[in-house]
Design a protein around this ligand. Structure first.
Ligand code: B12
Length: 415
């Protein structure tokens, strides 16, 4: 966002992440800002934005244009729900270019002395809620459609292991090139260039950036993962200390769909009263703190291109490491032979079982990130997560997941 605006002649004062509204407003005053912008990557930040807008109104600031964006926000939330809270011009930017268009229009109006009292102010009527949202009182304890006679794969070991020294090239083989080149690095195919040629052109840059990351020790992949005896107990997944299933180590609760097929992640494990022991796997992967530190230094030094390349590579290498380690798990757990033939297929879950990260619709509770960190002993790879970190992992380029072998375990939305 910052880069696009700066490149288009705007002066941007980037205050960084987790900045309070007082600091934002103080900077806006000092800087005589034409507008303020806030970005929300996690769903929790949508609540913070609402509170910030309410605070602005309390302070009598009702005319400063505000732009909001980021993965966690939707146009409807901003234009219907938040415009009711804040009477001043308030906009949603789907991407940085929409943000730029809005700012251009605001500045144009300001210069011309023309004032459109409607621009960014009128709340879009909220769509009526469909009856589907109401939870029926008698949800089943398990989905009737999830089988319980699928073969159980016995894991190669029980407990946790730490893995270090994974070659960067092995991870890079699992990079999502579309996400890296287009979403992170913001490249687009040239006229007449097809997707294959576009990717082939950018691979040279990728190799260069990987070489720099290697030479400067920016990417330090580490994994902690483990297998545990597990049972489904209604909406809960119970993790046991050992196969005798007497001592509960931890319990995760998941939402259940309120309509057929009534899916819930806990259904993908043998029920708690079954004779046969079932197993769950968890992993936490990280690219380490250096890549974030380096990206911040480059940003502070106004080296925006380098910043974008470094940060984007860190982000997508973290994703690639999760994908790569999931593949390694399927190999040692004994069902990698069911993998689809292509990498693109793996990105579309063409493999046996599923990988769920907390914060996604089937398992929304981000606080469970901390339970996973504790279960696996994530401090051994330098990863922390607690209420103080807002249930986010530190370092930034870290992600966790629950991995299931059940063939019906695929992404779904629990509503
Ligand atoms: C890459 C990615 C990661 C990477 C890197 C994350 C990072 N720090 O950069 C990794 C693998 C590390 C990761 C981890 C996790 N992630 Co993640 N991740 C993503 C993903 C796929 C893409 C994000 C991204 O980099 N996009 C590219 C950038 C350039 O886009 P952007 O930030 O959205 O910004 C653009 C627009 O939104 C807009 N914009 C942004 N801000 C603003 C502001 C203004 C004013 C305007 C006008 C426009 C604007 O302009 C930008 C450029 O076009 C998103 C899903 C998605 N499709 O967005 C999930 C997502 C952000 N992740 C999510 C989650 C849950 C997680 C984890 C918690 C999962 C887990 N349990 O491990 C962890 C948390 C990490 C941590 N440290 O705690 C959720 C968050 C939702 C929630 N519940 O809060 C998302 C939304 C996925 C989902 N559920 O749909 N993640």
């Amino acid at each position: 966002m910052d880069i696009i605006l700066t490149n288009n002649g705007y002066e941007v004062r980037n205050l960084g992440i987790k900045v309070g509204i007082s600091e934002i407003l103080q900077a806006a005053e000092e800087f005589e800002a034409d507008a303020i912008g806030m970005s929300g990557l996690l769903v929790k930040s949508t609540l913070v934005m609402r509170e910030n807008l309410e605070e602005m109104v309390r302070r009598g600031i009702t005319d400063l244009p505000v732009l909001l964006g980021g993965a966690a926000l939707t146009r409807r939330y901003v234009e219907s729900d938040l415009r009711v809270v804040y009477p001043g011009p308030l906009f949603y930017g789907k991407d940085a270019f929409e943000g730029l268009r809005i700012l251009d229009r605001l500045i144009e109006m300001k210069r011309a002395g023309l004032y459109d009292p409607e621009f960014g102010r009128r709340p879009v009527p909220a769509r009526p809620r469909s009856g589907k949202d109401t939870q029926p009182a008698d949800l089943p304890r398990r989905s009737p459609e999830v089988v319980t006679d699928n073969p159980v794969f016995r894991p190669p070991f029980l407990g946790t292991r730490v893995v270090r020294g994974i070659p960067l090239d092995d991870i890079a083989a699992y990079l999502n090139e579309t996400a890296l080149y287009r979403n992170q690095w913001q490249f687009r195919p040239e006229p007449g260039e097809d997707d294959a040629a576009f990717k082939a052109r950018l691979r040279k840059l990728l190799r260069e950036r990987l070489a720099i990351a290697h030479a400067e020790g920016l990417l330090v992949p580490q994994v902690v993962y483990g297998y545990f005896p597990a049972s489904g107990d209604g909406n809960d997944l119970v993790i046991w200390e050992d196969e005798s299933r007497t001592v509960e180590l931890v319990r995760f609760s998941f939402p259940r769909q309120s309509q057929p097929p009534f899916l819930c992640i806990a259904d993908f494990f043998r029920p708690i009263d079954a004779d046969e022991v079932d197993y769950a796997c968890f992993h936490i992967v990280t690219m380490g703190p250096k890549v974030t530190e380096r990206a911040q230094e480059l940003f502070a030094a106004d080296r925006y291109r380098d910043y974008l390349f470094t940060h984007g590579l860190g982000v997508e290498m973290a994703e690639a490491l999760a994908e790569y380690w999931h593949r390694r798990i399927r190999e040692e757990w004994g069902f990698a032979d069911e993998d689809g033939p292509t990498l693109q297929g793996l990105f579309r879950q063409q493999y046996r079982g599923g990988r769920y990260s907390w914060g996604y619709p089937a398992c929304p509770d981000l606080a469970d990130n901390a339970k996973v960190a504790e279960l696996l002993g994530a401090e051994r790879i330098g990863v922390e997560c607690s209420e103080e970190t807002g249930w986010q992992y530190h370092p930034e380029q870290t992600t966790s997941a629950l991995i299931c072998h059940h063939p019906q375990a695929k992404y779904f939305i629990a509503r």
